[in-house]
Each structure stands twice: as C-alpha cells, then as structure tokens.
Design a protein around this ligand. Structure first.
Ligand SMILES: *[C@@H]1O[C@H](CO)[C@@H](O)[C@H](O)[C@H]1NC(C)=O
Ligand SMILES: *[C@@H]1O[C@H](CO)[C@@H](O)[C@H](O)[C@H]1NC(C)=O
Ligand SMILES: *[C@@H]1O[C@H](CO)[C@@H](O)[C@H](O)[C@H]1NC(C)=O
Ligand SMILES: *[C@@H]1O[C@H](CO)[C@@H](O)[C@H](O)[C@H]1NC(C)=O
Length: 519
C-alpha cells in the first residue's frame, strides 16, 4: 500500500513537475512590464520555476517559485537615447537611428549585469521555455537556449515578428503602429505613400543594416558561435500580442499568434491611500483624472501649455486629480497633484467620470474596463492610432498636442462630461471587450503550457514563415513569366519581320503598287 502511494506520488510528481521558464522583458517602461507580471505570478503559483530579467519587479516574497533579476539601470538607456521625444517632431528616420543606439545601450546595460552574465555563461543553465519581449531585434538572443521560445509584446507586434510568424503584412490594411494615420479605414494619398514607404524601409533596414549591426553586437559579447539573428528569429514557436479590435485594426494571423487583448494587466482592487480616498469620496462634483502615462515627461510640454491646463481646470465646475511632474506653476484650488497614483484603483472610483490620457494601450484598457470616457492627447508611437480609434468608437474626444489652449481643453472636457452618449458607448465597449470565452490570463497560461507539453507549436507554422521574401512576393514567377513574354514577343516579332521580308520579296511588287494606288 505504502509502495503504491509512493509510486503514485512519483507519477503525479513527474506529470505536474514544474517547468523551468526564463522570462525577459527588456523595456524600461512600467506599462510594458505590468502586462507580463500576472503571467509570471500565475506560472510560479502553478509550480513552474520562473526566473525573470525585468526592469520593474513584482517584489512579492510569497511567490517562492519566482526569481526576479531587476535591472533598474535600464531606465538610464531610455534617458540617454530618448527616441520618444524625437518621434513627436523630427521624423521617422532619425527616430530609427536613435532606436538602434538605444537598443545597443540597453543591451550593454543588461548583458553586462553580473546576474544575467551568470545565466548566459553557465553551461549548466537550461530552460524548458524562454518568453521574451518581442521588441528590439537583439533580445531574440535569448532564443539561443535549446528550448521552446515564445515572443510576447505589450502591444501589436513590430514587423519582423509578424513576418517570422508568417502573418501577412499589408501597409494599407495594417499600417505600422508608429505612423500617424488619421483614419486607417480611409487613407489619404499622402498617408498611403508614407505607409508603403515605411513598409519597404523596414524591410530594407532589416536586410541591410539592423541585423548586421545586432549580429556584430552578439559576436562581440558571445563569440563567433552565436547563431545570426535571422536564425534565432526562426526558433520562435509562438507570438503573443496585446491586440483588441476596440483599439486596433484587425489583422489576419496564423494560429501561432495569440491575441491577449482584454485587460491582461488589470489587477484586483486595492484600497486607496487615505488622503486620496478622502479626496475622491468627498467630492460633491465629478472628478477628472489626468495622467499622460509614465513615458510622457513634463519636458514634452512647455510651461505655457502646462499653465493653460491649470487655467482651464480652474474655470470648470469639476475636481481634478492630476499625475504630473510639473514645476513652478500655481496649482488651482480644485486640483490635486501627485507624482504617482494607483491608476487602476483611481479609475475604479465611482466619482471619477473622465480620464485625460496620452492614449497608451494599457491606459485605454483600464478606462474601458471601468467605463470611463476619455480625452486623448497622443504624443508618440502607437498613441496616434489608438486615440483615433477611441474617437471613432465614440468614447473619446481628441485634443491635438499643438492645439492645447484653455479654450480647447475646456471644450473637450465639457463635451465628454455633458454628452451622455460617451458614457453609453464606453459601457457598450466594456461589455464587448470582456465577452470572451476565457480571460486573457487563462488564454496566455493555457498556450504557454501547450508549448511546454508539446515542446513548441510546429503544427501552427505557416508556409510563409520560411519563405524568402522574393518567393513570398512571387517575384521569381513574375520575373520568369515576364522574361518568357519578352522572349516570346521578340520571337514573334522576328517571325513576323522575316515573313514580311520573304513575302515582300516573293510578291513585293504587288504590295507596293496597291499601296500607292490607295494613297
Ligand atoms: C512552488 O512550486 C511547487 C511545485 O514545484 C508548488 O507545490 C508550490 O505550491 C509553489 N509555491 C508557490 C508559493 O507558488
Ligand atoms: C536540444 O534538446 C533536444 C531535446 O529537447 C536534444 O535532443 C538535442 O540534442 C539538444 N541539442 C543541443 C545542441 O543541445
Ligand atoms: C523651476 O524653478 C527653479 C528655480 O527657479 C528652476 O531651477 C527650475 O528649472 C524651474 N523648473 C522649470 C520646469 O521651469
Ligand atoms: C508652447 O507649445 C505650444 C504648443 O506646442 C506652442 O503653440 C507655443 O508656441 C509654445 N510656446 C512657447 C513659449 O514655446
């Protein structure tokens, strides 16, 4: 009997044995990190041994199966190469270059960390699965471990990742999220041109420049045995994207691409700090919550513009809860300022009626989760297209960054708070967003364990994934047919000319005479 239970325990033990999982989220951005945190937590609670390399930790000592390597210095890379500021005003090429330098800087910071080096250089390091943030090409390095690989983003995937999964990309159906497109259902000619150019520039950059740049970095760090980036890319088994049709254009994807678009990062409610709770509980008027997220720093707005916000707020019959790092401005009586706020719990509060946001995807999901209509002020990246979408859904008003004045701010706020259709629409969107067969977290965990059970997901690979670009674009066949047609037409012309020549020699006189008669 005892022997039997021991045997049974061993069998159950092996079947449910936790996998060794390495998670790598390189972006020094809280809004990127929070999307993955519930996944790390849940995997560790399910008995997997999870090691993460991140920029912000969960810091929960009760998660005994989770080891976090938190590299806070990563934030320095973003400070040194702030491509976010560039995008807003100086064009996309300059931004691409700066992004390249930023990734190199980040890579140096993270790969020179002693704890990371230990994992990489220890020949005994082994994992069953690597989940890494699909953002910069160089971090695909972690696919070097002989194990399954999942790439994951906190937004839609950048072009090379879609391409490697064999997902079709069309610059007019799914333009890059970095482009400013006013309405992706009705492109202007200029936007079409920009999107098509961007598409080809991205392809050309990866062919001619970026891959080589990053391969060189990898070789410098890890010697010549490290496979080239395009080989490492092919090891990706699955791609997880944060995508939801409320905020983004629909995209055709293969079954190896999993969309987690319904509030994966939403946490259970936490009690608010006392002063904040008092401020919100005791407000007799609606409260407007203002935050431009973690990446839009105060230096992106000048002092005049910041002052316009406060002037507008002071003239409106509402209270304002404002998360900013602004200095040297007189704060009106109806405004409460904080450097940091528990955003999800603020938006949950019954007295909060409007959210003024930069339009980051996670913020939009939090607003819709709590049915809060918005005023969107996009600054960079995907924010332009995100805000365009929520305006289209009827749940927000857009405020152009360069048209901020006391009047425009007052108008936008008043419009959303006095017209009840914004609230109705956002309630509708909330119901649509959460009407799913399973939560995004369950979906993510289910597919991660699928990959663990089957050591990858080879059944779901598209033929497009391994096809060279010229084949995918049918250039070889088009070229061959064109060549054939050219040869054929030359041939026909030759025959025609020869026939004509022979005929003219045989009965030439006749043709010449009859032609002359007709003229
Ligand atoms: C850690 O993993 C073990 C299995 O390896 C599991 O029994 C235990 O519940 C997990 N503990 C926590 C706190 O997640
Ligand atoms: C990789 O792992 C597989 C089993 O999962 C094993 O058969 C193979 O030999 C390993 N390759 C290397 C290079 O370690
Ligand atoms: C605020 O004032 C201090 C002292 O006058 C000055 O050093 C600082 O640069 C000012 N900050 C801004 C954002 O203007
Ligand atoms: C401040 O920014 C606004 C909006 O971008 C601009 O219109 C204005 O000219 C700027 N003012 C100063 C003093 O730079």
């Amino acid at each position: 009997m005892l022997v039997n239970s021991v045997l049974l325990l061993t069998i159950v033990g092996t079947c449910t044995r936790g996998a060794k999982i390495l998670g790598v989220v390189t972006s020094p951005s809280y809004s990127h990190q929070v999307v993955y945190q519930p996944i790390w937590k849940e995997l560790s609670l399910r008995g997997h041994q999870v090691t993460t390399i991140v920029t912000d930790g969960i810091n929960d000592p009760s998660l005994t199966n989770l080891t976090e390597i938190v590299i806070e210095e990563s934030y320095g890379s973003l400070k040194r190469h702030n491509f976010l500021d560039l995008h807003a005003d100086q064009g996309i090429m300059k931004m691409f270059a700066e992004i390249g330098y930023y990734f190199r800087d980040l890579y140096e910071v993270q790969f020179n960390d002693a704890r990371v080096k230990k994992i990489i250089n220890d020949p005994k390091s082994n994992f069953d699965l690597v989940i890494f943030e699909a953002i910069g090409a160089p971090f695909v390095y972690f696919a070097k471990f002989n194990c399954s690989v999942i790439a994951m983003t906190s937004m839609d995937a950048a072009f090379p990742y879609s391409q490697v999964m064999g997902n079709p990309g069309h610059p007019l159906v799914n333009p890059s999220y970095m482009l400013k497109i006013e309405d992706s259902e009705h492109f202007t000619f200029k936007e079409k041109l920009a999107s098509i150019t961007n598409y080809w520039v991205c392809i050309a950059l990866s062919w001619f420049k970026f891959d080589a740049f990053f391969d060189e970095m990898n070789r410098q760090h890890f010697g010549n045995n490290i496979p080239p980036i395009n080989e490492l890319f092919k090891r990706i088994d699955m791609l997880f994207v944060v995508s939801n049709p409320i905020f983004q254009d629909n995209r055709a994807v293969n079954p190896n691409t999993i969309t987690l678009g319904a509030g994966l990062h939403i946490k259970p409610p936490q009690p608010l700090p006392k002063d904040l709770k008092d401020f919100l509980d005791n407000s007799p008027v609606p409260v407007v919550y203002f935050s431009l997220g973690t990446n839009v720093k105060g230096n992106l707005l000048n002092q005049t513009t910041k002052a316009e916000f406060y002037k507008a707020f002071s003239e409106l019959p509402y209270k304002f809860l404002v998360k900013v790092d602004w200095e040297n401005l007189t704060i009106p009586k109806n405004v409460k300022v904080a450097r940091w706020l528990p955003q999800q719990d603020v938006l949950r509060h019954a007295n909060v009626k409007l959210f003024i946001t930069q339009g980051g995807l996670q913020s939009l999901q939090e607003a819709v989760t709590n049915a809060i209509p918005m005023v969107g002020i996009p600054f960079f990246g995907d924010q332009f297209q995100n805000v365009q979408k929520i305006v289209k859904r009827g749940i927000a008003v857009k405020l152009h960054r360069h048209e901020i004045s006391k009047e425009t701010i007052k108008n936008a706020i008043t419009k959303v708070l006095t017209d009840p259709t914004y609230k109705q629409k956002v309630e509708e969107m909330r119901d649509l967003m959460y009407d799913e067969p399973m939560t995004s977290l369950d979906k993510a965990i289910w597919w991660i364990e699928y990959v663990l059970r089957h050591k990858g997901a080879p059944l779901f690979k598209s033929n497009a994934a391994n096809m060279p670009m010229y084949e995918y674009l049918m250039l070889d066949v088009i070229g061959a047919v064109l060549a054939f047609l050219i040869v054929l037409s030359v041939f026909i012309k030759l025959i025609y000319k020869s026939l004509k020549f022979i005929l003219s020699r045989l009965i030439g006189g006749y043709f010449v005479k009859s032609k002359k008669k007709r003229d």
